[in-house]
Design a protein around this ligand. Sequence first.
Ligand SMILES: Nc1ncnc2c1ncn2[C@@H]1O[C@H](COP(=O)(O)OP(=O)(O)OP(=O)(O)O)[C@@H](O)[C@H]1O
Ligand SMILES: [Mg+2]
Length: 1037
Amino acid sequence: MRTGPTITSYLCDLLKRAIHCIIKVIKERCNQILRNMEASLTARDRVGIQDFVLLDTYTSESAFLDNLRKRFHENLIYTYIGTLLVSVNPYKELDIYSKKQMDTYMGVNFFELPPHIYALADNVFRSMQSEFNNHFILISGESGAGKTEASKKILQFYAVSCPSTKLLNNVRDRLLLSNPVLEAFGNAKTLKNDNSSRFGKYMDIQFDHQGGAVGGHILSYLLEKSRVVHQNHGERNFHIFYQLVEGGEEDLLRWLGLERNCQRYRYLVQGDCAKVRSINDKSDWNTVQKALSVIEFGESDIEHLFGIIASVLHLGNIKFEADVRGYASLNNNQEMHWLLGIPTQVLQQGLTHRKIEAKTEEVFSPFSVDHAVYARDALAKAIYGRTFNWLVNKINESLVNKDSSRKTVIGLLDIYGFEVFNVNSFEQFCINYCNEKLQQLFIQLTLKSEQEEYEMEGIEWEPVPFFNNKIICDLVEEKHRGIISLLDEECLRPGEATDLTFLEKMEEKISGHPHFVTHKLADQKTRKTLERGDFRLLHYAGEVTYCVVGFLDKNNDLLYRNGKEKLIRTSFNNLHNYYKQTTDTYISVTPQVVTQFKSSLVSLTEILMSKEPWYVRCIKPNEAKQPGRFDDVLVRHQMKYLGLMEHLRVRRAGFAYRRKYEIFLQRYKPLCPETWPNWKGTAAEGVQCLIKHLGYKPNEYKMGRTKIFIRHPSTLFATEDAFQVCKHKLATSIQAKYKGYRAKGDYLKQREAATKIETCWRGLLARKEREKRAWAAICVLICYRFIKGFMTRNQPVCVDNSEYLAYVRQNYLTRLRDNLPKTVMEKDSWLTPPPIMQEASQLLKKLYIRHMVRKYVQGITPQRKAQLLLKAQTSSMFKGKKENYPFSVCRPFMDTRIGKTKLASSRSQGSRPLVPVVKYDRNGFRPRLRQLIFTQEAAYLVEDAKIKQRIDYISLKGNEESNTHGDLVLQCDYLFEALTKLSLIGNQQNSIKVVQGSVRFDIQPGREGFVDFKSGQESMVYRAKNGHLMVVTNSRG
Ligand SMILES: Nc1ncnc2c1ncn2[C@@H]1O[C@H](COP(=O)(O)OP(=O)(O)OP(=O)(O)O)[C@@H](O)[C@H]1O
Ligand SMILES: [Mg+2]
């Protein structure tokens, strides 16, 4: 149990360390909060002000521009002017449009988070929901400023944030996918924007009372039809043409008679940039195809649609030639075959003749080539323009909301901004007129809403000085006197009306107007800046000079009369049907383009006037479409004609800042001890108490019915700064409290855990101790029995020693098993047995040796056996008799001792044993090399295969009796081997004698000789002086 306190101290240590860590984390967090707070206090200088209304010098354009630039360089592209959103095109992808960002802005108060298009979209949506009224968001700015992108972002926000059901998702998809279709047909690459919308678009999104998007409606304005037949250098026709040629399936192109090469079509190459790096026509084609199927375009609709698009391309390729009279004629035009399904004859006549109806007669007057080209282009433009309208109608059909219950609406107006080019024509006139109208609407609505807010809050309205552009709107649209009326009049009047007569008419009727000037009406200085065919309007955004050339034609936008018939005869049903509804009135009663446009603007104004306005003003930071570049001059210009300063002035006319009492109190209540942490009375009283505590002067604020109005931003900043400091203190005290609470909670938890661990640990130790003791008891018993057994080991087996003896036995046998001799030769290394194993050991040893011998014998080959027999014979003959015998034991005997060559020469001897010998003459002991061969009968001395002497075995007696012929003296290196073989083959064992000292022999009968032996350094044989044969052997000889 000694471990208890150790564990407790260990756990305490652990606890201390954990608490230390927690304190460290909290400290770091505090520092971070401090750093953040400091950062937010200085951030105002670094990233500018997020609402221009809070700009101190709100009348200064430079201060405005500085703020915009500062934020732009920090990638903060959005800034408010009250509820108006200014957006600067970043020309790069910013990570601010994710789903996470959408979630962040959903349902959050407008000013709580940094400015964002999502904040505006969300606020519009929530206002619509809570007030159950209609709203619109007007997105304006010059080409490339990001209007279309902004409208897409808003649509995407609604797609994600609105409730979804299968039905609603269907509508949502159609709303989203109407965009790529309209962009394909209505957008084109221009010098200013690779995806420039060449029409104005107003889109209504209809919501049910739960906020689900249930339908939509699109209105389009003034499609730039002239682009179909003409594009400036560096610009393209509408995307759809290129998409069809590049992306269309082979079968479709074949069916339409098209080639996959834009260069083949005159209408596609005038800008000389059919291919654009930033545009992927092929993948866009696929997108459009998918979108068309979602928007419920049937197969035949799609076929007809692209049939018409292809017809326009073919139409553009038609060439005219002048005949002998100078009239246009059409020869060999293969394109005709593909055109609109109209009989070639009719089309041919239609394109080269004008039909003049005179009372009862019809006369066809031929065209000049120029006229024919004009008629062809007019037809192409008309076809495309009407197809576009048909497309919009078709999309509207698919977006229509079938439920008749009342809906609320959010309108999105993505409309062309003010345009000023080097040469401005009829289109710019219409666009700028549109912008004048929208500015007028903006002024009315903004002032109105400001005034209304003041009235509602019971605060006195202070008139705001601003430029009212109504005078310019009147100049353009006034009945009988306005430019539009004069233009229409000129178009419709009989006689030779031209662009110049129109100019003269304007000079006559509106001379002296402060916003209108022409070359003729201008003073000398201004005249230098005007051409004779120009007129200049002083728009609210600046002056624009228009070239009058083309005004009448463009305003008329007439197809020659038989053009209409051509169209009617088209076999393309959709076009046909569409025209059926409109053509009857087309030539006679259709108003001029500008009047149509004016009417559409009037109805647009009506639509907008009935809704609550919200504004997004898009700004283009540079002309080069580059990220990070902010061109001051360009932006300043846009600020001006977007009316940003004007808007700011209106918003700042009275009070810079206003907030609902509840919101104001909620944020700033920590600044006053009476309002912190909770105010018991009404929010207005709380605010009153708070500002009294803060020391606001009476002229710095006004209390409205529901809102507090603060006159100067500096007052608000002072309050905000005080709040930041106070927040720090509050954070510290909250942190301290929280820290204490957390530490206490953690401590209690850890203490409980420690107790639990301690209990478990103690139990575990106790169990281990018990096991140890039990084991010790067993050990003592075993030792006792062992000692007893040892002491009685020599006694007969009894209870006391039986276990010990068994152990000894087992131990001996185990050791013996591991130490058995490896070979027969090691038999003496047998493990010494304990006394009780003596007998058993002997038996085992015997058995084991027999086993080894048996194994050895079984492993012996016949050759080896023969060798061993020979060796045994040798042993019996020489063992203990010859000094060098032991050295020969290990040398195996061989069948023959003669080399291969010699063997060959003595082949006649077969396989009989052969031994090389030296024969010494008995007289003089001359050595002679011989071979000794043993056969069954006799031994032979042979020299070079010649038998020199036969020695019968019988003659070998082995005693010293005289031989009749005398003895042979032979020296042999393999004596034991030779003699053993001889003894065996000749059965002469008894004849072999080992003699010590000298050997006597008979030189001849009766004459004896001797061989003496001695040891020396070197082996040699010689005749000694005493006449004996002296054999010197080295120690081993
Ligand atoms: N918020 C944005 N983030 C990133 N890129 C943008 C953003 N807004 C605009 N852009 C870039 O600017 C290009 C032009 O924008 P957009 O087509 O919306 O201009 P626009 O005002 O509609 O011009 P136009 O009047 O010619 O139709 C876009 O293709 C895109 O590359
Ligand atoms: Mg656009």
